[in-house]
Design a protein around this ligand. Structure first.
Ligand code: RB5
Length: 144
């Protein structure tokens, strides 16, 4: 798969640790920044990754800020994006099985790199179950 990844300064260090794993797992990775610990505004990277996924230029996306909250709020404003903020393995897996999440958000100041790597492995490998869950995700755009 083509994986788009982005972070702000709060997620930069974790992003740098996640990128080689994605390649090791046999995927292509496109990094939209940021590229240092200098302070940036997370909606910029959220927009870049969300657009790539929504337009089919990336199969999935990963967004990391300090908490993951800002990235998930911003990404979910983009039509076609289902961004899941996860901090442990169960929700990472379920966000794929039941929600067909196409962006994984994580908090670089919340979880450590080893847990984050396990989450990414599971999240990239888990398929959407479809069925009743497809009906439910199709209803999301109609919420308001
Ligand atoms: C940046 O200091 C921080 O606010 C940001 O990384 C993120 O946690 C926002 O949700």
């Amino acid at each position: 798969m083509n994986i788009a990844i982005g972070s702000d300064h709060g997620g930069f260090e974790l992003k740098e640790k996640i990128k080689p794993l994605i390649v090791e797992l046999g995927h292509d990775v496109e990094d939209v920044g940021c590229y240092s610990m200098d302070s940036v505004d997370y909606p910029e990277q959220a927009k870049a990754v969300s657009k790539m996924v929504a337009e089919g230029k990336a199969d999935r996306g990963i967004l990391i800020c300090g908490t993951g909250i800002g990235m998930s709020l911003a990404a979910n404003r983009c039509k076609g994006i289902r961004a899941a903020l996860c901090h442990e393995l169960f929700t990472a897996r379920m966000s794929r099985k039941h929600n067909d999440a196409n962006i994984l958000c994580m908090g670089g100041r919340v979880i450590g790199p080893e847990l984050a790597k396990e989450m990414v492995k599971i999240w990239l490998a888990t398929e959407f179950e479809g069925g009743r869950h497809k009906r439910r995700i199709d209803m999301i755009d109609g919420v308001c």
